[in-house]
Ligand binder design. Structure first.
Ligand code: FAS
Ligand code: PHB
Length: 388
């Protein structure tokens, strides 16, 4: 088999890149390890930046998002029984779109089906070959048989645990990592959201987040020690702890119910440079991971895909230089989102090694946001998404 762009990974990065390229008349093949149902069963991100929503519309998959998604003009930062609202529209003239990654993935699969796109699920032993030549190829195993696909380019969209990043020689990679000393226990419940906007809470017992997917589906998180396992937490224990971490002024609004999904996600900051190696280009979690506090993971995947899409279209249009700048361009935005995600995570969580000084620094950060329009503008610009 031969294609123009071979895409490893059928998550949001791979699906969005395939959809954009196919609409531009560029052929792709998507190789995905899991089944489609498995990919669609993942509960991940919930907030789309302004630029991500625009890119989805450009890809022709914005209709259901615009019909069923919820534009948000702001969010709340809670601490010491106070609720500080950051008004995105007032501060920077932009909104975010609350629309789950699961729905984005579903819309992309539907659009790719309508285009007759080629997706191969259940692949094993994917190996990338001849990346430093102009004739790279991929081999993989499926149903007990070896297969080969030749292409012009390979897009590594296979997430943090994929094979693409590791296909760049270790001595040529520069990796930066910070592991946070806690995780997020997340619950999805068929209950009305706590508030009409997201509430991020800094509490002495630990961080909490009240988010949502729609008016009847809520997503909540609480910070837990790395030693905790999801089976350690009954629904009742989760609701009791969440309620304890919310300001008294809103805790009484919490509607509880059975969890329909419950999981613990570790938190890390990670970047691997460069994001290009010959004919291989990395997108999304294959190249970087952010703690979810800043709602940046999915959105960085989108900006990487937008940059790579532009470069590939320019290349096939005769501009041999366009792809030269992909890695530097993507990394400039990645590092700014890394900074924001690290900053908000540090401001909102309780760290085991934090003392009174660090607690006062957190309080000062939050007091600054409460008292300074300029501080809220900087927060709003980062949260709604810096320019692509
Ligand atoms: P993904 O990991 O989503 O997709 C990679 C795909 O490649 C997967 O389908 C995988 O099966 C496939 N794959 C892997 N190895 C392969 C191989 N060798 N061959 C073929 N296919 C292979 N972000 C937020 O903004 N907000 C959140 O609240 C949030 N919560 C998260 C919770 C969890 C538990 C996790 C893990 C991530 C969360 N994220 C969140 C980040 C997440 O949304 C990612 O940023 C987003 O999924 C990135 O998309 P991809 O780059 O496509 O990577
Ligand atoms: C979510 O709704 O899953 C969500 C929202 C905002 C975040 C993280 C997760 O910062």
């Amino acid at each position: 088999m031969r294609s123009q762009v071979i895409i490893i990974g059928g998550g949001p990065s791979g699906l969005l890149l395939s959809q954009l390229l196919n609409r531009a008349g560029i052929a792709t093949v998507v190789l995905e390890r899991q089944s489609r149902d498995h990919v669609l069963g993942r509960i991940r991100a919930g907030v789309l930046e302004h630029g991500t929503a625009q890119l989805l519309r450009q890809a022709g998959v914005g209709a259901r998002m615009d019909a069923e998604g919820h534009p948000h003009d702001g969010c709340y930062l809670a601490h010491d029984q106070q609720m500080v609202r950051v008004d995105f529209t007032e501060s920077c003239g932009r909104q975010v779109m609350v629309y789950g990654q699961t729905e984005v993935t579903r819309d992309l699969y539907d659009a790719q089906d309508a285009m007759g796109a080629t997706h191969i699920h259940g692949v094993r032993d994917v190996v990338l070959h001849d990346l430093l030549t102009d004739a790279p190829f991929v081999t993989y195993e499926k149903d007990g048989r070896q297969h080969r696909i030749d292409g012009d380019f390979i897009a590594g969209c296979d997430g943090f645990h994929g094979v693409s990043r590791a296909s760049i020689p270790a001595e040529s990679r520069r990796e930066y990592e910070k592991i946070y000393p806690f995780g997020w226990l997340g619950v999805l419940s068929r209950t009305p959201p706590l508030m009409e906007e997201l509430v991020y809470a800094n509490h002495p017992r630990g961080f909490a987040l009240a988010s949502m997917r729609n008016d009847t589906l809520s997503r909540y998180y609480i910070q837990v020690p790395l030693s905790h396992r999801v089976e350690d937490w009954s629904d009742d224990a989760f609701w009791t702890e969440l309620r304890a971490r919310l300001p008294d002024s809103v805790a009484g609004r919490l509607v509880t119910g059975p969890s329909i999904e419950k999981s613990i996600a570790p938190l890390r900051s990670f970047v691997s440079e460069p994001m290009r190696w010959g004919r291989l280009f990395l997108c999304g979690d294959a190249a970087h991971i952010v703690p979810p506090t800043g709602a940046k993971g999915l959105n960085l995947a989108a900006s990487d895909v937008g940059y790579l899409f532009e470069g590939l279209v320019a290349h096939y249009g005769g501009d041999g230089e366009a792809l030269e700048h992909y890695s530097d361009r993507a990394l400039r935005r990645v590092w700014k989102a890394m900074r924001f995600s690290w900053s908000v995570t540090t401001m909102m969580h309780r760290f085991p090694d934090h003392g009174p000084y660090e607690q006062r620094m957190q309080q000062a950060e939050l007091d600054l946001l409460a008292s300074s329009a300029a501080a809220r503008q900087a927060f709003a610009e980062n949260y709604t998404g810096l320019a692509f």
